[in-house]
Design a binder for this molecule. Structure first.
Ligand code: URA
Length: 241
């Protein structure tokens, strides 16, 4: 077997996304043949090297799991529990494999979240080149006016970059639907705030063409092959304004 960069090898083994694997390595949680390695570009060979994360041996090939979850409010997207807070993986009590969330939803956001142990898959969904559009339903304190819609559609500065929604539509009174392509932290809340709106509820309802559908809050189900295709199939429900 060829030699691989440590971060890439860990992602392929299903530890986390490539980026998150780099952080795990920087944090000194990875050992190669008993020695802590903090360099993501360190090369390893699965045949001859013994790799462990947090003291647990990692195998090159692990069975891959793919789930969609209807995340309830109050759960955090992280593998490391901050204090006594609830984390999304608490909703998967039977899972023995090392699962992680594909991207993040805020603690106060509910809705469609993918959970897997396949780092390649997670990268593909998250990477901007995949152009996967996410749809959110936002409930606000105020009634949505044409001025609000105009400001929302302009977008906002998020993390040093201007983020412009793919589309924004009023549903009724204080509810609107927004589609975004970026995956930036708090992006929808920041866009709403710039328009002078106070968000009461934020729910992700779609990723690509995969919809949350009737999945109950806190429930999850395995993704079918068709679901995985839907994630990456082009979307006609959001048209660039
Ligand atoms: N945008 C947000 O503001 N929050 C989320 O949880 C997801 C997208």
């Amino acid at each position: 077997m060829e030699r691989k960069r440590l971060s890439k090898a860990l992602a392929a083994a299903g530890i986390a996304s490539r980026r998150a694997c780099e952080e795990i390595i920087f944090a000194g949680r990875v050992q190669v043949n008993g020695e802590t390695i903090k360099l993501p570009q360190h090369h390893i060979d699965w045949n001859t090297d013994r790799i462990s994360v947090d003291g647990q041996t990692v195998k090159s090939e692990q069975k891959k799991f793919y789930y969609m979850l209807n995340k309830p409010v109050g759960y955090i997207c992280t593998n490391i529990r901050p204090g006594r807070q609830r984390i999304v993986l608490d909703l998967f009590p039977e899972a023995s494999e090392r699962l992680f969330t594909v991207g993040r939803l805020d603690k106060e956001t509910s809705g469609l979240l993918l959970v897997t142990n396949d780092g390649h898959f997670a990268n593909k969904v998250i990477h901007p080149s995949s152009n996967v559009i996410k749809e959110y339903i936002v409930k606000t304190e105020q009634e949505i006016t044409p001025e609000h819609l105009e400001t929302l559609s302009q977008g906002a500065r998020v993390d040093e970059k201007w983020v412009r929604p793919v589309s924004v539509h009023k549903i009724r009174k204080g509810n609107f639907k927004i589609c975004v392509q970026e995956g930036k932290k708090h992006e929808v809340r920041i866009i709403a705030e710039r328009a002078g709106l106070t968000v009461i509820e934020l729910t992700r309802t779609r990723i690509g063409s995969l919809v949350l559908g009737g999945l109950a809050l806190g429930e999850f189900r395995p993704l079918t092959e068709r679901d995985k295709e839907l994630l990456f199939s082009s979307t006609t429900y959001c048209t660039r304004q």
